[in-house]
Every structure is written in C-alpha cells, then in structure tokens.
Write a protein that binds this ligand. Structure first.
Ligand code: SF4
Length: 491
C-alpha cells in the first residue's frame, strides 16, 4: 500500500529505519468478530502505527466500518466504537503512512476499502505495493472509474468492478492477475473470508483456527493474541476462500519460484512470530552468530541497539564469548505526539528514545549490534552518545547487508541517493559514522542464517533481497518508467 501522489516521502522523525507499511487481519465464524480483529491489529501494530480500520458484516445490519487515525488501542477499545461493528466476520488493516503525519494523511486512504458489486459488497485490506499502480490508475480513470483515495490498493476494487465474473472471488482473481508487485490481501464478503498472496509470496500471510472459526493474519503473533492455533502459511500465489463449510484453496496465478522478503526475518516481523517455518527470534540470533564468525573484533561488551538488534546481539555474544549487556536503554513510553510540538524537542532526536547506561559503558570497548543502517543519521547519534558516556572504542556490527537499493514492495524507503550504502563503501561509511570499525553481515551469511546452508544461489535466489542486491524480482514499473530509478545491468 502506498500513496500514489506522495510516493517516497519519509517520516520527519525516526526516519532512519525502513518501515513496513501495513498489517492485515481477518476472522470468520466467531461471535463479535470486531473484537478479535482489534486484538489482531493490536498485535500487528509494529507494521503500521498511523491509522487503522475495521469492516464487519452482520446478517441483520449489513456491512459496517470504522477507520481512524492513531493506535488500535486508542480507537478500537471503546465500547461505543465496537458496538458499531457487529457480526461474525470482519477484516482490519493497520497502516504506516508514507506521508509522515496525521495532517497529511486523508481518512479516505485508510483501509479496508469497500466496494458494492451486483452480487453484494466486498471489503479488502492490502499489505504490499502494486508496482504498476500508476499505469493501472491512468487506465481506470480513462475508462470512467471514480477514484476515491490516493492509495494504490484501491485499484484492486476498481479492477474487480470491471470484471465480468459472477462471484467476488472470481472477480478478485481477475483483478489480481492485472496487478504486479507484492500483495497479501485479506478480503471479505457477506459470507466469505478471502486471503490471497502474490505469486512470489513477498509479504507474509498465515492461516489460523480459532474455535469453530478461522483467522488470516500478516503474522502468527496476532493469532496467539486471540488464542488461535497456527495452521499454515498461505502459499505464494494461493487464494483461500473460507466459509462456514471450511477452507477452499485455489492457485489462480502462473506458478513462479517464490521470493519472500528476507528483511521480514531481519527486522519487520515480530521476534515471537513464526515465518517460513522458522522462529523469527532464532533466525535473528543465528544472524548474530554468523556476524560474529564473519566479523570478529576484540571488545569488552556486546550491546544491542534496542529493540530490534537484541536477538542478533545475543547471538553475537554467544558465538564470540564476549559478554552481552544492555548498554542502551529504550524509553518504552515515548509516544509520537510528545515530540511533535516543537523543533527544539524534535532536535533532541534519538536521545528521547534511547539512553546510554553510563555506568556500564565507561572505559569499555563496545560492540553495538543493530539490524540495519539506512541513512546513518541514527547510527551517528548513537555513536556520539556511547562516546559521551566514556566508551573506549565503538564497533558497529550490522545484522543485514548494506541497504543500497529502495524497496518497492510495501516498505517505506528513502530515495536511493539518501541510502548511505548507495553512495559509500563500507570503509567510507565507517569513516562517516566515526566508529572504530563497521561490518555488515554478508548476503551469503544472511542466507545461511535463514537456513540456506550454501548461501545465496545467484541463479535462483530463494528470497527477495533487492534492497541489498538491486536484483528486483518484479520490475518496479512505475518508478522505472518515471525515470526515478535506474536498474542494475542484468537485473
Ligand atoms: S526489497 Fe528488501 S525490504 Fe523490500 S521486499 Fe525485498 S527484501 Fe524485503
């Protein structure tokens, strides 16, 4: 999901991380589905904090929806709001806005989107990014579609409206065959919950069983919160249509080797989720171990940059034998609203979120483990804080390869020239950050950590790793056509 009229703007604060843009969740066959959806979305809040929405259907009251800015806990816990969302079936969506602030995000862009068709209504929630959305939108508008939002995801509803198929699942198949890019879609009709994953399976989607009902979710951690049993992942290129009678599976797209996002393992997914049959936490610990083997250094402490660097730091410590320590403490209660009012407070930047444990750091040679370096602005500030606290040496170890290319598959990324690794070598970045050493895990090392013993097979890579390699598994048509990206030769 992206805003077509502001494709790659970044958030003004904390913009030094890649940001997953959405989480999706749906449930059928339970009493008061909206409560389950709200809990599921709450567990997926790390995938999008800007806004959220829920659509439900009740046999007597029809479709209802509520879409709000802000956190799920602030919007979908009030009895008044939840009472407007009755019924045994519902879907929901959390989004991170590329626009950067509530003021720039229109409520019309908040999902799920709803469409009324001859055979009944349907709502859809989309995680991913349609790389030919601008092309499709021009065509749809040219043929008379009245577009309501600036989101690429709305194209799916309009393409469904133009299909001649007789059922909503068949119309969805038609629509999604026209769409290029990454999509994990959760949709609903009056009686059906539908889940679809793009042929490459870039973004995750899982199926769970909850009592006599079923759930679909971006991640397994959201199944846990509602007490659902994890059944399986939706396969790349699969559509499931779930009714009271059970789960039907279809494969409407041409089969291709799958390429799920490898960065989900490094950073996006929650560490308590299961992804590709693996514990995300264990994978991150394995990344830390690989990193310690590839880039050892003599030091006194291994400290994570909280929170996402923690499992990799533990792995690094276990492999190297260097003690693990919480050298940086995160202020858990730092909300976004507090930092919005004044420039002065905004300039405090990273210090508002992170504080150095001075007593621990003073005089020590410190290895800092972080998940990624995007612009490098946060890494520089953290290095300064560690040196201010009296560290003798600062060594950065990064649990992903250098991020040198933007993502066009549902992750908010700065333009390529803003990515530190796009313009500097590892040595230059080390100098720029002013640290004693800087090492990234290799792409082969990352593949080993996610279970590919031989590393990356360049002829048939098992994952999407385009932000590291520049090897885009689906051509980002819109940006290439607009001259906003030059692809690598042979890519
Ligand atoms: S480009 Fe990177 S972040 Fe985007 S889907 Fe591929 S691996 Fe994931």
């Amino acid at each position: 999901m992206r805003d077509l009229d502001k494709p790659f703007l970044s958030h003004p604060f904390d913009d030094d991380k890649l940001k997953e843009e959405c989480g999706v969740f749906g449930v059928i066959g339970v009493t008061d589905a909206a409560n389950f959806v709200a809990l599921g979305l709450h567990a997926l809040q790390h995938r999008g904090q800007e806004a959220g929405g829920i659509v439900t259907h009740d046999p007597e009251q029809g479709f209802n929806s509520a879409r709000r800015f802000g956190y799920v806990r602030d919007n979908f816990t009030s009895a008044d709001v939840m009472a407007t969302l009755p019924g045994p079936i519902g879907i929901g969506h959390v989004r991170y806005s590329t626009a950067g602030s509530k003021g720039n995000t229109a409520i019309r862009d908040v999902q799920p989107f709803f469409g009324e068709f001859a055979m009944g209504g349907a709502a859809i929630a989309h995680n991913g990014n349609i790389v030919n959305a601008e092309e499709l939108r021009r065509e749809l508008i040219g043929r008379g579609s009245i577009v309501q939002s600036s989101s690429d995801s709305e194209c799916i509803i309009h393409l469904m409206a133009r299909s001649y198929q007789k059922t909503i699942p068949e119309r969805m198949k038609d629509a999604l065959r026209r769409v290029e890019g990454a999509f994990s879609v959760v949709a609903m009709t009056r009686t059906k919950l539908i889940g679809v994953r793009d042929p490459l399976g870039v973004r995750p989607l899982v199926l769970g069983k909850v009592g006599d009902g079923w759930a679909l979710s971006s991640e397994t951690c959201a199944l846990d919160i509602i007490g659902a049993e994890f059944v399986r992942e939706i396969e790349p290129g699969e559509m499931v249509v779930i009714t009271a009678a059970g789960v039907e599976s279809f494969h409407p797209f041409e089969q291709r080797p799958s390429r799920p996002c490898i960065f989900e393992h490094v950073y996006f997914s929650r560490p308590d989720s299961i992804l590709g049959g693996r514990s995300v936490y264990e994978t991150r610990e394995a990344i830390g171990r690989e990193l310690a083997k590839e880039a050892p250094v003599e030091a006194d402490l291994v400290c994570p940059v909280p929170d996402s660097g923690t499992p990799a730091a533990i792995g690094f410590s276990l492999q190297s034998g260097i003690p693990y320590a919480m050298g940086i403490i995160r202020n858990q209660y730092m909300g976004r609203t507090f930092i919005e009012p004044t420039e002065q407070i905004r300039n405090m930047g990273v210090r508002l979120k992170l504080n150095v444990n001075r007593a621990l750091i003073r005089g020590k040679r410190v290895i800092l483990v972080d998940d990624s370096v995007v612009r490098g602005t946060t890494s520089r500030k953290i290095k300064e804080m560690i040196l201010d606290a009296g560290a003798a040496e600062v060594h950065f170890r990064i649990a992903s390869p250098p991020t040198a290319w933007p993502c066009f598959y549902g992750v908010d990324t700065p333009q390529r020239e803003k990515l530190l690794a796009a313009t500097m070598s590892e040595e230059e970045m080390c100098h720029h950050l002013g640290v004693d050493s800087l090492k990234f895990i290799s792409l082969d090392g990352l593949y080993r950590a996610v279970g590919e013993a031989e590393g990356r097979n360049p002829k048939c890579p098992r994952y999407c790793d385009a932000c590291f390699s520049g090897d885009y598994p689906v051509k980002p048509t819109d940006v290439v056509n607009a001259g906003r990206l030059t692809l690598k030769e042979n890519a």
